[in-house]
Design a binder for this molecule. Structure first.
Ligand SMILES: O=C1O[C@H](COP(=O)(O)O)[C@@H](O)[C@H](O)[C@H]1O
Length: 208
């Protein structure tokens, strides 16, 4: 799906605008993408969320993506738009909104799903930035998963995408997926691109 989305976007507009998920789930996929035959010069890489840690901290989502994939392919460095979370959540959210100012619809947004239903760094009970005209990026100070301070694209901005693909792996995510399927308003439910979302669920026994 990623390779097809890239081909179609590059054929249509000359660029492929991809938003990356963080966490552990996408690591294996990112490693596989190292061998993809594509025009890497056309790829523009954004991040759905980031943890407020020093720039090269190994727990950062951007570090994982670089280590697993981006440092191994010739994507121009200036086309990897990391969230400057080392500045602190508020300043980084404002700076990333400026970075995204000239960027229209993303071609593909990759997202994960936490056991509590969070996606990117949009956690249950927090402002998800769902309404039209919500801020592009939200500072988060009380994430229940460490670190507490983070930056997340809003649900509204993540939904400005031609395609959205959730990557979900492991039994521990089953309840969240079942709740989502049953219509529960978990944060993932707030991602509403015009063509809907795709969910790739691996190693999860789904009933019904
Ligand atoms: O903290 C985060 O969690 C979610 C899910 O991560 P996973 O390790 O369970 O796959 C991730 O999508 C998000 O980007 C990340 O910051």
């Amino acid at each position: 799906m990623i390779s097809l989305a890239a081909e179609q976007a590059i054929a249509g507009s000359g660029v492929f605008r991809l938003v990356l998920a963080g966490g552990n789930t996408p690591r294996a996929l990112y490693e596989r993408l190292r061998t993809l035959k594509t025009n890497w010069e056309a790829w523009h890489i954004y991040f759905g969320d980031e943890r407020c840690l020093p720039a090269a901290d190994s727990e950062r989502n951007s570090s994982m993506a670089r280590d697993a994939w981006l440092d191994h392919v010739p994507v121009p460095q200036k086309q990897v738009y990391a969230i400057p979370a080392e500045m602190g959540a508020k300043a980084a959210a404002a700076a990333y909104a400026v970075t995204l100012k000239q960027v229209g619809e993303f071609d593909l947004v990759l997202l994960g799903l936490g056991e509590d239903g969070h996606t990117a760094s949009l956690f249950p009970g927090n402002d998800l930035g769902q309404g039209v005209g919500s801020p592009v990026a939200l500072p988060v100070f009380d994430a229940p998963k460490a670190p507490a301070e983070r930056v997340s694209l809003s649900a509204w901005r993540l939904s400005q995408a031609k395609q959205v693909l959730f990557l979900v792996t492991g039994e521990s995510k089953r309840e969240a997926v079942m709740n989502w399927r049953a219509g529960a308003h978990i944060p993932a439910h707030a991602i509403t691109p015009r063509l809907g979302v795709d969910v790739l669920a691996e190693s999860i026994l789904l009933e019904g």
